[in-house]
Design a binder for this molecule. Structure first.
Ligand code: ADP
Length: 329
């Protein structure tokens, strides 16, 4: 969970200036790198923004905000929070959509992480400067205090707490193996280029970002799917989104998965043009989960996978045509 300060700037594509580059800690990141226009900022200069705004950020909290807006009845966000005005703002923004936040883990005296997003008005790309400051991630012990009877699906964002996430997924799997217990489906997002090899075989649904896939050396979404699915669970669904190329997905029915198992869906570009791509992946995941929970009862097959991914691409494409995450219609 984080607060984002958005600054919109209008910069010429040809300007002879210094680009904003990612540093070795990966704290600076340029979104929409597939776009031809480039964002360039002259170092040590004074650049005027043409607008500013403040928003709530963080992948899982955005997933929750979108799911709630799509009309899912009970959506909860569970994450680490501080106790500053940024925290209050972020929680207010979630509660506005009816997202439950009461089980968040509060850390007294800690400042909620902040991100500064520089938006290039000419192509909608966003360059992020993020301060994390070692903010604690949720751990297994905190998670195990939850009553799993209350949940149908738990989606986890792959962050640096890989060992704790592994324990959490195993805990849910153990819960599911007890006959009298209600089954809780698990879903996991691979976005950051971290070592998730201990996780891949655990979730029921795996979302792979182009950032993660590229970091593994994969050049396209179908290849990424085929390679990563070698390590996933039998019967699991693996989905890979690839910006304006759309997304693909498939059910792992055997090892290895073959190209015949893959369903590919084109993106749905917004008719009025792309305005803001930040969080398109979060919207995509939320919309896929929404559709999955609806079609789930009928069982997974290629037709269901296609409808799920199509819905994800439609909502994500719609989001790209507007600023922020408040779905207007
Ligand atoms: P992330 O935010 O993780 O980088 P992606 O860029 O892969 O996510 O985008 C996720 C989904 O959002 C894509 O599968 C696509 O459906 C949609 N999307 C992203 N960029 C565009 C775009 N420029 N035009 C239309 N749809 C887009």
């Amino acid at each position: 969970l984080e607060q984002t300060v958005n600054l919109a700037v209008k910069l010429s594509e040809e300007s002879d200036t210094t680009g904003v580059e990612g540093d070795s800690n990966n704290t600076t990141r340029t979104h929409n790198t597939k776009s031809k226009a480039t964002l360039s900022l002259k170092e040590d200069s004074d650049v005027r923004a043409i607008s500013q705004s403040r928003s709530r950020g963080g992948n899982a909290s955005t997933n929750a905000a979108i799911l709630a807006q799509l009309g899912w009845d009970k959506v909860e966000f569970i994450g680490s929070i501080g106790n500053t005005t940024e925290t209050d703002f972020c929680l207010y923004e979630l509660k506005k959509y009816g997202v439950i936040v009461e089980n968040c883990i509060k850390h007294e005296g800690l400042v909620q992480p902040n991100t500064c997003a520089i938006i290039n008005k000419s192509n909608g790309s966003r360059t992020l400067i993020h301060y994390h400051g070692g903010f604690p991630e949720i751990n297994y012990q905190e998670f195990s205090g939850l009553n799993l009877n209350l949940y149908k699906l738990i989606h986890l964002e792959g962050r640096t707490n890989v060992d704790e996430l592994n324990k959490i997924l195993r805990y849910i799997s153990d819960w599911n193996s007890i006959d009298s217990h209600k089954i809780v489906k698990t879903s996991f997002e691979l976005e950051k280029p971290l070592d998730f090899s201990s996780i891949l075989s655990l979730p029921d649904v795996l979302f792979v970002s182009s950032e993660y896939a590229s970091s593994m050396g994969h050049q396209d979404m179908q290849t990424a799917l085929l390679e990563i699915s070698k390590h996933t669970k039998e019967g699991s669904l693996i989905v890979c989104a690839w910006g304006s190329n759309g997304a693909c997905g498939g059910i792992k029915r055997g090892c290895p998965m073959t190209s015949g198992d893959i369903v590919s869906v084109s993106a749905f570009p917004p008719p009025e043009g792309v305005k803001d791509t930040l969080g398109a992946g979060d919207c995509f995941i939320a919309a896929c989960l929404f559709a999955l929970m609806i079609f789930d009862d009928k069982g997974l097959n290629n037709d269901v996978v296609s409808r799920v991914i199509k819905f994800g691409c439609k909502i994500a494409g719609y989001k790209c045509g507007q600023y922020g995450f408040h779905l207007n219609n």
